[in-house]
Design a protein around this ligand. Structure first.
Ligand code: AMP
Length: 187
């Protein structure tokens, strides 16, 4: 099976080729078709198995169709347990969207608020966040969840271990009920 078989857009296929990926990994083969159909997904995948591309690629494909909604908030929201993982996901988004005009950014703990507040004022396609910091911004009314089409919970088990359960629940409840949810967990 090749990436072409997964019916990904030529812009994404070109970016994948630029990463020198020869074929999809197991998790990509299994998760990408389900995600592209718009279905919710719960998948078990460890770091190092290619799980990031398994949700970033279908999310980018969805963004290639313009939003019908007028809001400015993110259309894709990825929650990760740590700042480091958020940075890796942001990096992957940039790699795979090199031929697309999407705006993306991250809102994570341990970083200054100023640039994050400015980011949240801009129209955004993708936002990668750690739950605690995103909840801070949410409590101050700075996050527009009205356009969220895909909510990704990356390393969901670690988010729970780190005590983010209430923040994750609040954030999920703020996103439209019609959204697609993609949950990845190592256990
Ligand atoms: P991840 O599990 O998403 O952290 O990915 C682990 C590593 O595998 C990263 O360095 C990715 O760039 C790489 N990777 C992801 N998908 C593929 C693939 N289909 N072929 C080769 N390497 C990949």
């Amino acid at each position: 099976m090749s990436f072409e078989n997964l019916k990904l857009d030529p812009k994404l296929l070109a970016a994948i080729a630029g990463c020198h990926y020869k074929e999809p990994t197991d998790i990509q083969r299994q998760a990408i078709p389900v995600a592209l159909e718009g279905r919710d997904l719960m998948a078990s995948a460890q770091t190092g198995t290619g799980k990031t591309a398994a949700f970033v690629l279908p999310a980018l494909q969805k963004l290639l169709t313009p939003s019908a909604s007028k809001g400015r908030g993110p259309r894709v929201l990825v929650l990760t347990p740590t700042r480091e993982l958020a940075m890796q996901v942001t990096e992957n988004i940039k790699q795979f969207s090199r031929d697309c005009r999407f705006t993306s950014g991250s809102v994570v703990g341990g970083m200054p608020y100023g640039p994050q507040i400015n980011l949240l004022r801009q129209p955004l396609d993708l936002l990668v966040a750690t739950p605690g910091r995103l909840q801070d911004h949410m409590d101050s009314g700075r996050v527009d969840f009205s356009r969220v089409e895909i909510l990704v919970l990356d390393e969901a088990d670690r988010m729970l271990d780190m005590g983010f359960v209430d923040a994750v629940k609040l954030i999920a409840a703020a996103a439209p009920a019609s959204r697609q949810t993609l949950l990845f967990s190592a256990t």
